[in-house]
Design a protein around this ligand. Structure first.
Ligand SMILES: [Zn+2]
Length: 375
């Protein structure tokens, strides 16, 4: 293992991470990749069972009499709830027990379950609404429901991206403006340099859930904002915070959230077309099969989505260096982020291709040094 690490990162300064760093990141992540696969298999098993078993037929029989809208909504609620219950133990292990064992979680089991219940409720409302709307369009336009449904799916993605920061994120965290006036002023001038005047740099109370550090941009148009975890502010020095904010400003300057939303809208419309081609006329009973098709499409789309995301992340990393011209802070920030979050330094190829939305920390350090060497 050690030799493989050396060979892989022969071009990267090996003093960035110790052998122990590689080992602990591997110990943390390998079981999580396995859990992702098991979770996927569980979803496929539940939906297949509900699609083709007698019990699935009986469940459908219990709601069949409720009229088309009632049966679509109640069947969707039952299917989504069944899948949640089957996946819950694994999710609890992955999201709570393991996070505790590695010292990340700052939550009680009850707190974790409350978060999960909230997320489930949101998902339940969205899934039930989406399926009932799809069935309604299928009844109104039996042969051509795909066109209005694809447009509605794309529109729903747009609306959810816009509403995310103001409707959904506050369900899980509270946000306040950055209190440190001097740092806030510096970040605003950084934003002016980037050509993206920032309305809001907000701090999220992430520490109520985790000790991991992070920052992100979300929202569209009037709901755009840069969000810093309070854990990041507590642990990083000012140059590192500036570097990380510069990275997020890079995302905003190059309209990455808008591009990702446009891509997701296209993906939603294409998914509807595939469902239409596979299912033809739509019956409320088709939901488990529709979900199986959607899982298949999602897995097929993951390598493309991850590759595009890594590309945007590299652009944002370059922007953080152009704005700050501070390679030292770049190196320290990415080494610190990786150590604190136990980022996977050497992921298996398949995990990298499917789910690495960011380059690995050694790749990011190499990119920063390459940028510095050429500028
Ligand atoms: Zn980023």
């Amino acid at each position: 293992m050690a030799r493989r690490t050396l060979l892989l990162y022969a071009g990267v300064d090996s003093s960035d991470f110790s052998h122990a760093d590689f080992e602990s990141s591997r110990r943390y992540h390998r079981p999580l990749y396995l859990a992702f696969g098991v979770g996927l298999a569980l979803s496929v098993a539940v939906y297949s069972f509900l699609a083709w078993s007698r019990i699935g037929d009986r469940l459908w029989g219990a709601v069949d009499e409720l009229g088309w809208a009632g049966s679509a909504a109640v069947f969707a609620a039952l299917v989504v709830t069944a899948a949640e219950l089957v996946r819950l133990p694994l999710a609890f292990w992955r999201g709570h027990l393991r996070e505790r064992r590695f010292g990340f979680s700052t939550q009680t089991a009850g707190g974790w379950l409350r978060d999960r219940a909230k997320a489930f409720s949101v998902g339940l409302v969205l899934a039930t609404g989406a399926w009932t709307a799809a069935v309604a369009l299928g009844r109104a336009f039996p042969a051509s429901w795909a066109a209005p449904a694809a447009a509605a799916g794309a529109l729903a993605v747009l609306v959810l991206s816009f509403l995310g920061p103001v409707v959904f994120e506050p369900l899980f965290n509270s946000f306040r403006p950055l209190a440190d006036a001097r740092l806030a002023a510096e970040l605003r001038s950084l934003a002016a340099d980037a050509g993206v005047p920032v309305r809001d740099v907000l701090v999220a109370d992430a520490s109520r859930r985790t000790s991991k550090v992070n920052a992100y941009v979300s929202g569209l148009a009037a709901t755009r904002r840069v969000v810093l975890f309070d854990t990041l502010l507590a642990s990083a020095d000012e140059r590192e915070v500036k570097l990380i904010v510069a990275h997020e400003l890079g995302h905003r300057r190059d309209r990455h959230a808008a591009k990702a939303t446009a891509l997701a809208m296209l993906g939603a419309a294409l998914a509807v077309l595939v469902l239409w081609a596979a299912l033809g006329t739509l019956s409320p009973r088709d939901l488990p099969v529709a979900l199986l098709i959607l899982i298949g499409l999602e897995v097929c789309g993951m390598p493309l989505g991850a590759a595009l995301s890594r590309r945007l992340e590299r652009a944002a990393d370059r922007c953080s260096l152009e704005l700050t011209r501070d390679l030292e802070a770049f190196e320290r920030a990415h080494v610190e982020l990786a150590r604190r979050n136990l980022s996977d330094l050497d992921p298996p190829r398949l995990a990298y291709l499917l789910m690495f939305t960011h380059p690995t920390p050694p790749e990011r350090l190499a990119l920063g040094r390459g940028w510095a060497a050429n500028s």
